[in-house]
Design a protein around this ligand. Sequence first.
Ligand code: HEC
Ligand code: HEC
Length: 284
Amino acid sequence: MNAATKMASGLALAAILATPALAGPDDDNLIVNGEIEMITETAAPAHMEYVDTIYSGWRFRSDETQVVQTDDFDNPGMIWVEAAGEVWETADGSEGKSCASCHGAVDEAMKGVRAVYPKWNDERGEVTTIEMEVNNCRENRMGADKWKYAGGDMTNMVALISSVSRGMPVNVAIDGPAQATWEAGKELYYTRTGQLELSCANCHEDSYGMMIRADHLSQGQINGFPTYRLKNTKLNSVHARFKGCVRDTRAHTFAPGSAEFVALELYVASRGNGLSVEGPSVRN
Ligand code: HEC
Ligand code: HEC
């Protein structure tokens, strides 16, 4: 990009950013159900060059939004987690099997899974997300139809799987066979796109703590996904959120489940290594 365009896009962003009275994250602690202590702030992983401390998006929300996530009875996302708990036990497809037929109890079988995904899968020879694993089980192990990648059935199931890892630190591997995918994701994160010529980093690395219109900008972490949003009153998947953010830069966006978004998810997840799994979290 030449200097003139760079300045123009910088100005476009500068024009919509404002410094709030309270810049940066607040000092609140997140404890869910009086027992799950969440790490919402920790030292940035070594691979991050420009950020010293990482924060959960929860720390940038208002007190009214924050409190909704502190108790499962108040967190509307838990209604879908419960619904997915029933689906877990229900047979589907030509093999007459449920998730439980093979995996047993979800809180034992899936504990720790959300913390390490996306992850390299040797058998498939690619990095997979939880959604890809679930659809692989449905299609090839149950003889059932695949779920829509970012649809309700899938997102609710991912929320159930996340919920049993709440509190555990995110710890995705970025070396070995996953490295090339991670690098592709990093490239996407720093690439300016759209009419506004903005990268993820322009907002979530250079400008977090600022106000963008009515929103307090966070670091764009995904440790809280799936996220219940007050805005659309349902659980939202990682790729649906990526799609929304890319669209906001007025760029052509990738499809949920695309190789690009899988790579971006691995990279963004790795920027949160050390923060607790919070899904289903609550955001505005
Ligand atoms: C016929 C047996 C079978 C059924 C039914 C089944 N799975 Fe699986 N699933 C497996 C096997 C085998 C693996 C790969 C080995 C492993 O991780 O346990 C796996 C892996 C997974 C993984 C990755 C776990 C990890 O540790 O990396 C997830 C997530 C998953 N299944 C979710 C589901 C869900 C959700 C359902 C129901 C919609 C389901 N599975 C149904 C057999 C099954
Ligand atoms: C024009 C600024 C802007 C750009 C560019 C942008 N976002 Fe966002 N993003 C936002 C705003 C505003 C929010 C809502 C407030 C918040 O959580 O930061 C948000 C929220 C998010 C969240 C939810 C965080 C949470 O805790 O729930 C994620 C994840 C995210 N963005 C990822 C990305 C990624 C990945 C990219 C690049 C593809 C990107 N964003 C590009 C403005 C932006």
